[in-house]
Write a protein that binds this ligand. Sequence first.
Ligand code: 5RP
Length: 236
Amino acid sequence: MSNSSSVEIGKQRAAHQAVDDYINSECKVVGIGSGSTVVYAVERILQRPELKDIIYVPTSFQSKLLIVEGGLTMGSIEQYPDIDVTIDGADEVDSQLNVIKGGGACQFQEKLVAEAAKKFVIIADYRKKSSQLGTEWTKGVPVEVVPIAYKSVMKSIENLSQKPLKSTLRMAINKAGPVVTDNGNFVIDAHFGGIEDPAQLLREMKLLTGVYEVGLFCNMAEIAYFGEADGSVNTL
Ligand code: 5RP
């Protein structure tokens, strides 16, 4: 099996297992995360007709499309601030269930919808498991910033208790300009190498003027499902 197909199988198995364990007909409102693994969660939801009556709250334009194209009922976080379960992907997960998210630049809405949920469930393939955040996901911690403040935030990041190795403004694939989030903001990817204290780093970054949200999710996830290359699923 090629590496890419074992990754896809891992994503699919983790997503299907998490949906089967956490989403049932007693759920009234479910948050839908963003990214390629979440596509498999929606695939599983659509295979189970008893989950059709649930209200689904999106975390991005992409997840809105998944909900709408799947014919599911969509609700906003303003209408449904109390969510039963939110299911979402991850870029890196450590053994304490600290998570880096925001590879798709959706971390603000993802955090909002995760925090509103009684249970926050992570789904990922085996590559996302890590002993220390920052060592497996080498693209940096995504920091969403108000556009006018991106330079000053980059400067302020230099003075954090753990200094970044570098920080870069995330550019669109064609390099024509910066990536713009669903909230009209920019994203700085701050590279720290191994992160010594994710919760402390999160606290410090949240205090910087111009920071809208940080892609560090600490003390939020109840469980993480990892789909392995051999098709088995492990949880943490
Ligand atoms: C988007 C995210 C995604 O959940 C994260 O990047 C994982 O994506 P994928 O499932 O495609 O690996 O945080 O902002």
